[in-house]
Design a protein around this ligand. Structure first.
Ligand code: PEP
Length: 251
């Protein structure tokens, strides 16, 4: 059984104080939940204050990106060890905004995934097609390319420590959501692909989250689908009421 994961990607929102307040409110409302893993991914500057706010609860901390090297002369970057020692358990890798605005490639995604696993962080690996790719019937081709790129050189033992987020780019921040069956179809495709690359046992252990305009009014239908094992939530994770409702719809 895969425990659902609801992860909030706060993107470049929330100052340190705002982040502390939101995380404290979520702790009060959600700290006793056991049937769902709640992960908060604030900006780097708020990781320490969110960690403090969620102390003593089941809520987990995640970052939005990392460099693959342990340390070095990489101005502006943050290392896996820095994330680990500040209290992160998860790290989002290869978000479409990183791929499109910061030129991340399958190769750099793969370096980050391998490094995260080496340091004991769980990568949330984002994959998904753009609108023109869906319209050209290339969804499976693009998703396969992202998955094969991200998982290059990994053994099944390591692969099963990861989380995947299927996020159709056309649904991120646009208010357009894939229908539950459209999303589940791609999740099933991903699971089959993982099964052929590793093994069925391995594929069955990996949580595949859906992301793309998940809101309180559509989360239950999405999360009820057979192969949707949680959600990566952007906009709706910035508000305690809407994020709480999404989390509760996964219980
Ligand atoms: C995201 O940031 O991964 C995301 C899915 O954003 P939104 O929920 O706002 O579409």
């Amino acid at each position: 059984m895969r425990t659902p994961i609801i992860a909030g990607n706060w993107k470049m929102y929330k100052t340190q104080n705002e982040a502390f307040q939101l995380a404290s409110t979520l702790k009060q409302r959600l700290s006793n939940l056991n049937s769902v893993k709640v992960v908060l991914c604030p900006p780097f500057t708020a990781l320490a204050s969110v960690k403090e706010a969620i102390l003593g609860s089941n809520i987990l901390l995640g970052a939005q990106n990392m460099h693959w090297e342990k340390e070095g002369a990489y101005t502006g970057e943050v290392s896996p060890e820095m994330l680990l020692t500040i209290g992160c358990k998860y790290v989002i890798i290869g978000h479409s905004e990183r791929r499109s605005y910061f030129f991340e490639t399958n190769q750099t995604v793969n370096l980050r995934v391998k490094s995260a696993l080496k340091f004991g962080l769980i990568p949330i690996i984002c994959v998904g097609e753009r609108l023109e790719e869906r319209e050209a019937n290339k969804t499976e081709q693009v998703v396969e390319n992202h998955i094969k790129g991200a998982f290059a050189d990994l053994t099944g033992n390591l692969a099963e420590e990861t989380v995947i987020a299927y996020e159709p780019v056309w649904a991120i921040g646009t208010g357009k959501t894939a229908t539950p069956s459209q999303a589940n179809e791609v999740h099933l495709f991903i699971r089959e692909l993982l099964s052929s690359m590793f093994s069925k046992e391995c594929a069955d252990k990996i949580n595949i989250l859906y992301g793309g305009s998940v809101k309180p009014d559509n989360s239950k239908q999405l999360l009820d689908m057979s192969d949707i094992d949680g959600a990566l939530v952007g906009g709706a994770s910035l508000d305690a009421d809407s994020f709480e409702k999404i989390v509760r719809s996964a219980t």
